[in-house]
Design a protein around this ligand. Sequence first.
Ligand code: ADP
Ligand code: 5GP
Length: 206
Amino acid sequence: MNRSLLKRGVPVVVSGPSGAGKSTVCRELLAREPEMHFSVSCTTRPARPGETDGAAYYFLSRAQFEARLAADGFLEHAEVHGNYYGTPRSEVTAPISAGRDVLLDVDVQGARSLRHNLDAAVSGAPVFIFIAPPSLVVLEQRLRGRGTESEETIQRRLANARVEVTAWREYDFLVINDDVAAAVTRLQAILTAARCATSRQQWTPG
Ligand code: ADP
Ligand code: 5GP
């Protein structure tokens, strides 16, 4: 395919409850789609073991986050599980204008905000995908298996998950993360279809 025909990159927004496997499938999608840019969010939550600043997140203090918010540095932000999370404008607008697809992992509130303000910011016909676990029982097993949160945090995430899963119909696509490789193949298919949308093409039949 001649990529020069594509006007702008595709913003791909994924949401889903904590523990559904969003980070896992995003990592695998990026490995399969090396040209895709992952939008690195800012957060005030502490880094988990193995998380380095600037890879999964930029880790900020509450004061640093609030200063960036006051300077209108975020496309959207939300308080999730007691911490601030926000999408820096610079993570999305520049790559989309340069024709790169951008992957965003945000919570349900973040996706709702992006539905309203993403198009105005980047006019890139975004795609919204809900990543779900096969069941809430499996979700709890995955959260516990990850072993990165305290019992209190797990309980808070499970309570939020029961509310968040009811939002799946707000999305363009539902991908149930039963098997990682199969889920990522479905994400790639959605991305391929989005790239082919007529609204994204500049084509003059010769
Ligand atoms: P999220 O980013 O949605 O909070 P993670 O990607 O951290 O979720 O996944 C939560 C846990 O579940 C991790 O330990 C991960 O290895 C595991 N996991 C993710 N996807 C699957 C899957 N399809 N099958 C089994 N375990 C999975
Ligand atoms: P975690 O702490 O497990 O990495 O993420 C918790 C939740 O925050 C997830 O639902 C994730 O999608 C969401 N999240 C991560 N970055 C952002 C962001 O920039 N904005 C919003 N609104 N949510 C985010």
